[in-house]
Design a protein around this ligand. Structure first.
Ligand SMILES: Nc1ncnc2c1ncn2[C@@H]1O[C@H](COP(=O)(O)OS(=O)(=O)O)[C@@H](OP(=O)(O)O)[C@H]1O
Ligand SMILES: Nc1ncnc2c1ncn2[C@@H]1O[C@H](COP(=O)(O)OP(=O)(O)O)[C@@H](O)[C@H]1O
Length: 269
């Protein structure tokens, strides 16, 4: 990677972050906010820029194929996306239970849960790590924070798929670019077909009527900023592998079954 070159100038911010660039280099790419939050801040910037050259990929003796053979399935990422309240968690949870009852090895990453740990907000980090750390690494719901949230989850999901697990994820993941980046990460870790985008397409009115956590009410009252569908955008997938019509009165079991059938059809197990 040539950090000063034209090639980098064309990169997106988070691609540059993966290359361990210093704040100024990332800023140069146009991502000032992301750079300030996530770029390296060490005084010895020269050394920081060279760090990537000192990291060498380690080839393990147990490879992915061996793990998959042992489990009798292909690792993959089933990525549920949609508005808050569309049914992502409920359907992913039903599918998870269905697959586990059949002896499949799975895992389920859910937005609300992951935001309690790996992607915790600043207020959760501050008591243990201090204000500066919390401000730098804690995540909220602005576009850059969602980008980092999905980047972290995408990498974790790819690692889990590499371990042979059927990895179910339920995140709003409202931005197409962020989802497409995860698709790329997952494909690079395995096969192009390993990323399965499932769009839970439930009309906003239905989600808002459900409002199980009272968040839409708060968003309408202006108590929550950047609320997807109300004061923040949701970019629908253009060509998801699977589209579930979450507002048509179909049962959760039927929709989970639809995803299961798709996996069977693709030979995942
Ligand atoms: N501003 C705003 N916008 C959307 N959602 C919000 C917001 N604030 C809190 N919540 C709650 O957080 C859950 C979404 O977290 P995610 O990590 O999935 O979001 S994202 O993928 O980074 O967009 C989401 O969970 P689900 O309702 O299960 O989708 C909400 O309960
Ligand atoms: N197909 C469905 N039909 C009726 N209610 C549903 C359906 N799917 C989900 N629900 C209900 O809608 C609410 C939101 O579902 P949830 O899975 O939490 O959505 P999300 O994870 O997308 O925020 C829950 O109360 C759930 O029971």
């Amino acid at each position: 990677m040539n950090p000063g070159g034209q090639v980098l100038k064309q990169l997106h911010c988070s691609d540059a972050i993966q290359g361990s660039l210093a704040c100024e280099m990332v800023e140069e790419l146009g991502g000032v906010e992301y750079a300030d939050r996530c770029g390296t801040r060490d005084s010895d910037k020269e050394k920081q820029m060279d760090v990537s050259k000192d990291i060498v990929w380690h080839q393990h003796s147990v490879d992915r194929e061996q793990r998959e053979r042992q489990l009798g399935q292909q690792g993959c990422v089933i990525w549920f996306t949609g508005l808050s309240g569309c049914g992502k968690s409920t359907i992913a949870n039903a599918l998870d239970a269905m697959l586990v009852s059949e002896g499949r090895a799975t895992t389920l990453l859910d937005g609300d849960n992951v935001r309690h740990g790996l992607c915790a907000p600043p207020a959760v980090l501050e008591p243990e790590h201090g204000a500066e750390f919390a401000e730098r690494f804690g995540l909220g719901f602005g576009a850059v924070d969602r980008e980092e949230n999905i980047r972290r989850i995408g990498n974790v999901a790819a690692l889990m798929a590499s371990a042979g697990l059927i990895t179910l994820t339920a995140f709003v993941s409202p931005y197409r670019r962020d989802r497409d980046r995860v698709r790329k990460i997952v494909a690079q870790a395995g096969r192009a077909s390993d990323f399965v985008e499932v769009f839970v397409d439930t009309p906003l009115e239905v989600c808002e009527a459900r409002d199980p956590k009272g968040l839409y009410k708060k968003a309408r009252a202006g108590e929550i900023k950047h609320f997807t569908g109300i004061s923040d955008p949701y970019e629908s997938p253009e060509s998801p592998e699977i589209r579930l019509d979450g507002g048509a009165g179909e049962s959760v079991e039927a929709m989970a079954g639809q995803v299961r059938e798709w996996l069977v059809g693709k030979g995942v197990f």
